[in-house]
Each structure stands twice: as structure tokens, then as C-alpha cells.
Design a protein around this ligand. Structure first.
Ligand SMILES: Nc1ncnc2c1ncn2[C@@H]1O[C@H](COP(=O)(O)OP(=O)(O)OP(=O)(O)O)[C@@H](O)[C@H]1O
Ligand SMILES: [Mg+2]
Length: 483
């Protein structure tokens, strides 16, 4: 009997010096500034934290209630490049840096959004998406600097109430309905932090994401946020470094795709979510998912529980139900790794088929069953259904082109110009596109398009927000051959 040696996994035992990357979200007055200072002093030992204060000295109101710290009162412009440069210089003198608030570097004067607008005006006559080609790298650089900083970083983010318009069944009138709070920052920024907490107007501190399982989902009553900070600190000091975010997402996708029993097996084996998995167990986890992908019995057709391994992220709780006849059910393995020459082509072909599929009972809704992960393929199929009327209305010879253009434009809009191809999207972004397709199907998002090559499509949300994508914005290779 022979077995594979695992000697290659041997390494020096270490207590890695982990740095905190903490985000505190909340509406104005919820206590972000106060709590950020409280956290800063838990993490700082005896040295002085640095507080970057974009709110005209508001942190200083509390300075008599805390030990001494240094502060920069940051007036506009809120240039992400300047903040990155400041962090790089500050991080070896201050063990803790508070950025209060990071939202200003997104939507404040001279912030990321302004950079996008200015670049659009300057370089391409107001095409906003072209502006993002300049602004996105600037923000990316800031986020990378935060990641690499040799200091603990605590960032606050303002959150705003999000609304949708919903029709009142009795009166037929539309009225705004609260969806919940959303941080003012680029979507997806939550992946960059090891702990995210939301604060409410009662000054409660609610951990919504944590890579430290001890404080995951903790709700701290007013003035108890410091306790969470101390627990978090103990965890940081223990040096049980979790795996990287990319690995965590890959594992999450693989386990989710394999269904309920696989998730249960994961929990029994690892006793934490993939984001909390210690680095030392990555090899073991890789082996675990490799087996899932091979073993037919490990990937059951029917998942029994809808709860996902990464139970704290909202997308898993509300996995949409891909509507399709065939394919999507079995395509739920993992969008990025699913086999086949090109998922995008498959999706495109499928969308055309769904578009023209009157005789196939086009638009048939999927049989009830567990929702598989949203894949490039299922998004393509859904797009085919959502844009079916446009496909039908288009002249012979350009039906596919019209449906493809609309799908590509929607992806382009959802990713703020990063890509127009569903095959480039990760699980989160696919879900975003999926939700917007549902919005279109249910009338919450409308669009008008002109097939003239010099024109494009404008999507309009219920709040009247317009997003225009020109056909010329879409990369050449997106214009898949017309049927
Ligand atoms: N944990 C807490 N318990 C009780 N009161 C608190 C707590 N934290 C903050 N407060 C009080 O709430 C008020 C607002 O706090 P803070 O300035 O930190 O809010 P903020 O979220 O930073 O607001 P803004 O977005 O306007 O900057 C202050 O009066 C502060 O003393
Ligand atoms: Mg504040």
C-alpha cells in the first residue's frame, strides 16, 4: 500500500503579524467616528494613531475623550492617489491609521467619481465609461495600498438608504420602499476588508463580515464595540492568518456549486467559512474541493438546504432561480471553471435559441429546484429571454447581434465599463447582472436603444438614473458574428 507524501506541506510555524483592515459603515450620527477612535486605541498599544479626517475636524471633537493622537484635516480634493501616497509615508510611523471617511474619496470633490467625469470630459466628449478607464486604476491603487499598509487601517464609510419604487396594489400609485443601507463606496469594496461592521442610529455595532470567527455576526450594544475590538485584536495577535480572498471565493464557489451535502461536509470538516479558513489548511481544502469536482456522489443533483457555506454574504441567501429549460441546472458548478470551449459562446448561442424559440415554448420557466450558482451560461440564457422582444423585432440577419449588443451593454454598465463579456465575471458580478435582468423583466429598469452603430442604449432606473452605453464602447470582439 502506498500513499502520497505530504512532506511538501511542511513549513516553519509562525505567528504572522496580521494587520487589521476594518470598515465601519453607517448613516450620519450612528457613531462611526467615535467607534473608529475606540478601535484605534485598542489596536494602537502606546503609540499615537493617525486619523485622516475628511469631515472638517469632526474627529477632533472627541479628542479630549481619548489619549493623544495625530490628525490630518483633509480638505478637497479627495484624490485617491494623494491618500495612497500619504498612507505609504505614514504607515511606518503610525501603527494604526483611521480614514474617516473613505466615502469622500469615492464621491467627494476630486474623488474617484469626479476623476471619472473629468477624464470623460477631457478625453472623450463626456463618455462616462471612458472616464472609468482612468478612475478605476486610481481607486484600485488606493485599495492595494490599504491592503499592503504596514499599519492597521480602520476606514469609515457613510451609508445611504436605498429605495425602489413599488406600486401600491390598491391605489395603483408608485411609492418608494426602503431597501436598506448601502455604503457609499464602489461596489465590491467589502472584499478588501477583514472585518465590516454596520452601525445604526442606536449606536449598535453589528459585524456583518468577519474573517475572525470569534466575532462573526456579533451585535455589540452601544459602547461595547471596544469589546469586539479586543477580541479581534487577540485573534490578530494569535497569527492564525486566513487564506487570501481569491482562494476564499474560489472555495466558496466550488462548495456552493456542489450543493447542500457538500456544504454540510465542509462545515463538519473545517468548522468555519472559507473566508475564515487558516492558511495552514488551504492545501487540505483544495483537496476537499478537488474531490467534490471528481466524485459523482459528492455533487448531488438536489441540494437540500439553501444555506450557503458563506452564510454571512447576502447573495447566497437570495440566490436567484435561473429560468431555463435545460443546461443551467447542470451548469451550476462554477462559472469560472466550468468546462466547454467558451461559456460566453455557449451563452450567446443559447440566448439566440431562447430568443427565437417560439416553437420551443420560448421563455419557459425552470422546473422548481435548488438554485444553482449563477453562471455565465445561465445569465446568457436569462438575457436571451429578457431581450426576446428586441430579438424578435430585429430584422432577419441582425437578430443575434441586437440581443448580444444589449447583453454586452448591460454587463458593461454593471461593471462600470470594466468588461462587456459575461465570461469575465466572477460570481458576485454575475449575480449583479442577473439582478439587473430581473429588474428589466419586472419593469424596474427600462431601456431604449438605437441600432445605428454610432448610437447605443440608455438604461433608466426607477429613480430616473440614466446609464448610456454606446455600441462603440463595446470591444470589437464582442460584436459576435451576426446570424
Ligand atoms: N457607542 C456610542 N454610544 C452612545 N453614543 C454614541 C456612541 N458612538 C457615538 N455616539 C454619539 O453619537 C453621536 C454621533 O457620533 P459620530 O460622530 O461618531 O457619528 P458618525 O457616524 O461619525 O457621523 P457622521 O457620518 O456625521 O460623521 C455623537 O454625539 C456621539 O457622542
Ligand atoms: Mg463621523
Amino acid at each position: 500500500v502506498t500513499g502520497r507524501s505530504r512532506f511538501n506541506l511542511a513549513r516553519d510555524a509562525s505567528r504572522a503579524q496580521l494587520k487589521a483592515r476594518v470598515a465601519i459603515d453607517g448613516p450620519t450620527g450612528s457613531g462611526k467616528t467615535w467607534t473608529a477612535l475606540e478601535w484605534a486605541f485598542v489596536l494602537a498599544d502606546d503609540s499615537k494613531p493617525l486619523v485622516i479626517d475628511t469631515e472638517a475636524g469632526s474627529a477632533e471633537w472627541y479628542s479630549d475623550q481619548f489619549p493623544p493622537y495625530r490628525t490630518i484635516t483633509w480638505s478637497p480634493p479627495y484624490d485617491p492617489a494623494e491618500l495612497a501616497a500619504t498612507l505609504r509615508e505614514a504607515d511606518d510611523q503610525h501603527p494604526v491609521i483611521v480614514i474617516d471617511s473613505l466615502s469622500h474619496f469615492w464621491e467627494g470633490e476630486g474623488g474617484t467619481q469626479d476623476i471619472a467625469d473629468a477624464a470623460a470630459q477631457r478625453d472623450s466628449g463626456g463618455n462616462r465609461f471612458a472616464g472609468w478607464k482612468v478612475a478605476t486604476p486610481a481607486l484600485r491603487h488606493l485599495v492595494d495600498t490599504i491592503h499592503q499598509a504596514d499599519a492597521h487601517v480602520i476606514a469609515t464609510m457613510r451609508s445611504k438608504m436605498e429605495y425602489v419604487l413599488q406600486e401600491d396594489e390598491r391605489t395603483g400609485k408608485k411609492k418608494p420602499v426602503k431597501l436598506g443601507m448601502a455604503p457609499v463606496m464602489r461596489q465590491g469594496v467589502e472584499y478588501e476588508f477583514t472585518l465590516i461592521a454596520d452601525m445604526d442610529l442606536e449606536h449598535r455595532f453589528m459585524v456583518t463580515k468577519s474573517r475572525c470567527s470569534e466575532v462573526a455576526d456579533v451585535v455589540a450594544q452601544p459602547n461595547r464595540a471596544g469589546d469586539v475590538a479586543r477580541q479581534f485584536r487577540t485573534w490578530l495577535d494569535s497569527g492564525e492568518k486566513p487564506i487570501g480572498e481569491a482562494d476564499a471565493r474560489r472555495l466558496t464557489d466550488a462548495v456552493n456549486a456542489a450543493g447542500g451535502p457538500a456544504r454540510k461536509a465542509w462545515r463538519e470538516r473545517f468548522n468555519c467559512t472559507p473566508t475564515q479558513l487558516p492558511e495552514g489548511r488551504l492545501a487540505e481544502a483544495n483537496e476537499f474541493v478537488a474531490q467534490l469536482e471528481q466524485g459523482p456522489d459528492a455533487r448531488p443533483a438536489e441540494a437540500t438546504d439553501r444555506e450557503a457555506v458563506e452564510g454571512t454574504t447576502d447573495n447566497n441567501q437570495q440566490q436567484p432561480q435561473p429560468a431555463t429549460g435545460d443546461g443551467a441546472g447542470s451548469a451550476g458548478v462554477s462559472s469560472q471553471t466550468s468546462a466547454g470551449p467558451s461559456t460566453e459562446d455557449a451563452a450567446a448561442g443559447e440566448s439566440a435559441a431562447a430568443g427565437g424559440g417560439a416553437e420551443a415554448g420560448g421563455g419557459a420557466v425552470a422546473p422548481a429546484g435548488p438554485p444553482p450558482a449563477v453562471t455565465a451560461r445561465s445569465v446568457g440564457i436569462k438575457a436571451g429571454q429578457v431581450f426576446k422582444a428586441d430579438y424578435d423585432a430585429a430584422p432577419r440577419g441582425s437578430k443575434t447581434k441586437v440581443a448580444d449588443r444589449l447583453r454586452h451593454a448591460l454587463v458593461y454598465a454593471c461593471t462600470k465599463g470594466e468588461t462587456s463579456s459575461t465570461s469575465d465575471l466572477g460570481a458576485e458580478a454575475l449575480l449583479q447582472v442577473w439582478r439587473r435582468l430581473e429588474d428589466i423583466a419586472e419593469g424596474r429598469l427600462t431601456y431604449e436603444h438605437d441600432q445605428d452603430d454610432a448610437k447605443g442604449v440608455t438604461f433608466t432606473s426607477q429613480t430616473g438614473k440614466e446609464t448610456t452605453v454606446l455600441w462603440s464602447d463595446l470591444a470589437d470582439d464582442d460584436g459576435e458574428a451576426a446570424a
